[in-house]
Design a protein around this ligand. Sequence first.
Ligand code: F6P
Length: 321
Amino acid sequence: MKRIAVMTSGGDAPGMNAALRAVVRAALAKGIEVYGIRQAYSGLLAGDFERLTNREVSGILQRGGTILQTARNDEFRTPRGQQKGLRRLNEHGIEGLVCIGGDGSLRGAMSLHNLGIKVVGIPGSIDNDIYGTDMSIGVDTALNTILDSLDRLRDTATSHERAFLIEVMGRNCGYLALVGGVLGGAELTLIPEKQLDLEEIGGRLEDAYMRGKNHAIAVIAEGARPNIHEVAKFLEERRIGFEVRITILGHIQRGGSPTAFDRLLASRMGIKAIELLHGGTSGVMVGLRGQEIVPVPLEDVTTKHQPASLDYYEMADILSR
Ligand code: F6P
């Protein structure tokens, strides 16, 4: 293999730059030329390629976001778009592709693998919803941002004896809410994987008030039902004792310098991806299983679902008393 391309795709995640740096440097060390595709599948279709050397990836290890930029693209979801993508890769003499991104992005990578390009995926998404890896790049940094926010919000919640409802990201997966709730000492956590009704939610927070707590923190996943606004409205009407305030953390969770964990994970995954591609492997994603970085078939990654572990839910229940 003489020339490969690399892209970052889907929502950005802290550590994508660290993964990109590892991919480029590991490939160059094996004598493989690397091209960066700007703005993911949009850039692929537009032929927006840039030669990357060790210098282009210098000084990016600690930077959040992605220097290649990213995008969500509808055209590439169609067979015609995928063919056009293959053509662009052929025009540039690209034999292999490393795609760093979430499940949607890896589905795109899978389609290129099916068209004959050698492809290895790297899981990059703060949601931790990608099948086949214990952790995706960016999750740890996002969790630390959530914890920092919860700690700050508790200060003001306690000072005013208020209940704070805090919405965190995660799309349809409750991982960030669940682990954020456990580690941030939340009184209540709502996730898409386990629905509670409004009466139960009100009862739990009222109970915290009656037991003499001087604040209540409820962490609510963006995909949870009822959603944060419905919960707030219900609590206002029910009068649970605490005054209620809402905070939506939003895209703050996606930014920032990657933690040590994310830098290490990204660097290990980047090196492993090149090792696999160089050895002729295609159609896999590199995943973290325990302490090991292992190949996982993209077929599984793109068809199976990884919900948040309900073990954490029980843990949250015991620790929130
Ligand atoms: O997948 C990452 C994520 O941040 C989700 O948690 C969230 O639902 C979504 O992306 C937001 O997407 P956008 O930045 O396109 O609004």
